[in-house]
Design a protein around this ligand. Structure first.
Ligand SMILES: Cc1cc2nc3c(=O)[nH]c(=O)nc-3n(C[C@H](O)[C@H](O)[C@H](O)COP(=O)(O)O)c2cc1C
Length: 148
């Protein structure tokens, strides 16, 4: 039997519109429904100006989703900073799409990671390996930190 190739991408982008809480919950609702259909998992973080997102799943699904995401006019300056064409196993299998706004009501022991994530979003060309590493560190925190 042919093995399904799993691909993982991380990108950063800038908000092109103002996202209300309602916009974000609609976006996440649709994204999670579609991601379940496409067998995609991942995590989306935002500092209210930028997005940092990891998506992972079958190559064909990731190629389909990233072309939709690249064409989405709600954000711009999209930069794919980490591209792993053949991952052995999923790293974000817990979430069809986790979502967290950085810097919102966090316990003290989380703040150092939160600041490192905000720093990486504020530079012109974020380091992809570091962004991936920080996303993994976020994943290792408790589920209850998620928004929406
Ligand atoms: C920052 C950002 C992240 C997104 N993440 C996802 C996602 O994980 N899954 C998804 O289906 N759509 C996501 N979208 C929405 C897609 O860009 C696109 O609107 C959607 O996939 C279109 O789906 P449809 O044509 O099937 O209705 C995201 C949009 C933005 C702006």
């Amino acid at each position: 039997m042919k093995e399904i190739k799993l691909k993982q991408l991380v990108y950063v982008s800038n908000h092109a519109i103002h996202f209300s809480d309602d916009d974000l919950s609609q976006l996440m609702k649709k994204a999670r429904t579609k991601n379940k259909r496409l067998n995609i998992t991942g995590l989306l973080l935002s500092d209210n100006q930028h997005f940092l997102q990891v998506i992972e799943g079958p190559e064909i699904s990731i190629n389909e989703l990233i072309s939709d995401i690249l064409a989405d006019e709600r954000h711009n300056k999209i930069d794919i900073i980490f591209n792993n064409e053949n991952i052995f196993e999923r790293e974000f299998s817990r979430w069809s799409m986790g979502y967290k706004i950085l810097g919102k009501g966090l316990p003290d022991d989380y703040k150092a990671l939160d600041n490192r994530l905000k720093d990486i979003l504020s530079v012109a060309k974020p380091n992809g390996d570091l962004a991936h590493q920080l996303l993994i560190e976020f994943r290792n925190l408790k589920n209850s930190f998620l928004d929406i």
